[in-house]
Design a protein around this ligand. Structure first.
Ligand code: URA
Ligand code: SF4
Length: 213
């Protein structure tokens, strides 16, 4: 099956992992995408944001959340009192999956399937292991399911501190580690009631900010 594991370095920090991920062929998504979009931010970050997969702009620029969804996220982070420079931002899947449609053959985002999510998971696990944040924010259902399992539902599970499953569930200093789930910024942009959806995103981010103390 598809699996990124053979491409992971045996040792090294985030830079070594970023470099190795650039050559990942753990699933077929590398074939059509421009490049691997690895996570970005400080290894010392206490909060990690996990999206779904890079979009068109991220694929072109090589960094997560730099397109329209990223601009909305930046605004919401500022409003929630979270400085993006103190965060680490990544995605559940590291390559852009798309179909071409319309007269200009524009690249349209396509959701990653379970095989691709499972294949790419070792990169996310490595990032979480290396950064060891106190809080992980799942942006949308894909990240929520990746972190909390298949029964995760954004509507019922958002905006609350959920213990991070796996390993010992503890940070190195013995403090509990949490997941806070919220809407995906792209879902806010698509929402019929954008203002309410945005306010919900900000209030969920405030829950994460309070957990940081
Ligand atoms: N959507 C995501 O989930 N991640 C990005 O990096 C950009 C858009
Ligand atoms: Fe590797 Fe993930 Fe890209 Fe698939 S999506 S090739 S597993 S980095």
């Amino acid at each position: 099956g598809y699996d990124a594991t053979p491409y992971l370095p045996k040792r090294g920090g985030l830079p070594a992992h970023r470099q190795a991920a650039a050559e990942c062929r753990g699933c077929p998504l590398f074939e059509d995408a421009t490049r691997t979009v690895f996570g970005k931010g400080a290894a010392t970050a206490r909060i990690v944001f996990v999206g779904e997969q890079p979009g068109d702009q991220e694929d072109k620029q090589g960094e997560p959340f730099v397109g329209p969804a990223g601009r909305l996220l930046d605004k919401a982070l500022t409003e929630a009192g979270i400085d993006r420079d103190t965060t680490y931002v990544t995605n559940a899947v590291k390559h852009f999956k798309f179909t071409r449609a319309g007269p200009g053959k524009r690249r349209i985002h396509k959701a990653p399937d379970l095989r691709e999510l499972t294949a790419c998971r070792p990169w996310l696990d490595a990032e979480l292991h290396l950064v060891r944040p106190d809080v992980v924010v799942a942006l949308g259902a894909t990240a929520g399911k990746a972190l909390l399992g298949r029964s995760f539902r954004v509507t019922k599970d958002r905006g609350t501190l959920i213990p991070l499953p796996g390993e010992d569930g503890q940070s190195p200093d013995g403090e509990a580690r949490y997941v806070v789930a919220t809407l995906h910024p792209s879902a806010v942009l698509r929402s019929d009631d954008r203002e309410a959806a945005y306010a919900g995103l900000v209030s969920d981010l405030e829950v994460a900010a309070r957990a940081l103390g």
